[in-house]
Write a protein that binds this ligand. Structure first.
Ligand code: ZN
Length: 100
């Protein structure tokens, strides 16, 4: 569907895929790169509650136990920590890794 990244798997029925690939209106992306986005949680349980979402659809946790999956987790951690420090947040931020 006009996507330049051929190995990216997108599931049109997945809410997270829809958000991260900008197929939903009015979700503000606080961060975006080729593979990930960060959004504010729609039901924040703390003041700073964000979700880091992969643009590529992850079917299940098994997929994260591959070398690519492990690299992805490292990326997410790095991006999440960078985002926190950009927001000058330390303790109060709750970061979740969401497998979409
Ligand atoms: Zn998905």
């Amino acid at each position: 569907m006009g996507d330049q990244n051929e190995d990216k798997v997108v599931d049109n029925k997945c809410i997270f895929c829809n958000i991260s690939n900008k197929m939903t209106a009015n979700t503000q992306l606080l961060y975006e790169d080729d593979n990930y986005v960060i959004i504010r949680d729609i039901r924040p349980v703390v003041d700073h509650h964000y979700l880091l979402i992969t643009k590529s659809h992850i079917k299940n946790v098994k997929q994260m136990k591959t070398r690519e999956g492990i690299e992805m987790i490292k990326d997410m951690k790095r991006i999440g920590l960078q985002f926190m420090s950009d927001q000058t947040l330390t303790d109060e931020l709750q970061l979740r890794q969401v497998f979409t």
